[in-house]
Design a protein around this ligand. Structure first.
Ligand code: QAP
Ligand code: CO
Length: 170
């Protein structure tokens, strides 16, 4: 297994629309394993393939305390269940060091495929529901900073660009 470099906002590659996975092979399994390793090492609770410059409709999440309940979703589609909404302080491995409150549907139905291509159907709530919605947004090129004010977003962009300049010149 290997840890993969993570693209950081405002990298334009994070704005691409990810492609449907049609081939369920060893390379796909390898990518999912490397993404899990990368997420656990961060540490994080969710990662979309696009964040490691692999523009496929693949996400991994694990919101468990023990970090032993990995969920791998291929070609996920979500539908909200009911009108209830909930707020979480969200972060993102592609927006390191910044957290903002985002409101989203509290419960969602997930229709996806597992890593072998078998259909997967789940109904989730709580942090898992929020995390899966955050990750599926990535597949459409959407980031949690798109939900906050443009003033806050621009401030985050400028700070990250500055940090990246420092890193690149080191
Ligand atoms: C998405 O994000 C998420 O800034 C997953 O310095 C997060 O795992 C959905 C992380 C929260 C809902 C609530 C962020 C690690 C991890 C950072 C993550 C950082 C180090 C973010
Ligand atoms: Co994210």
């Amino acid at each position: 297994m290997a840890q993969l470099p993570i693209l950081e906002y405002p990298d334009p590659r994070l704005r691409r629309k990810a492609q449907t996975v049609e081939v369920f092979d060893a390379r796909l399994r390898r990518l999912a394993e490397d993404m899990l390793e990368t997420m656990y090492a961060a540490p994080g609770i969710g990662l979309a393939a696009i964040q490691v410059d692999a523009p496929w409709r693949l996400v991994v999440v694990d919101v468990s305390e023990e970090k032993n309940q990995p969920l791998v979703l291929v070609n996920p589609r979500l539908s909200p269940l009911g009108d209830e909404r909930s707020c979480y302080d969200e972060g993102c491995l592609s927006v390191p060091g910044f957290y903002e409150t985002v409101e989203r549907p509290a419960r969602v139905r997930i229709e996806a495929q597992d890593i072998e291509g078998r259909p997967l159907r789940l109904e989730v709530d709580g942090l898992l529901a929020t995390c899966v919605q955050h990750e599926v947004d990535h597949l459409e090129g959407k980031l949690f900073v798109d939900y906050i004010s443009s003033l806050k977003r621009e401030r985050i962009r400028k700070r990250l660009e500055k940090q990246q300049r420092v890193k690149d010149s080191a």
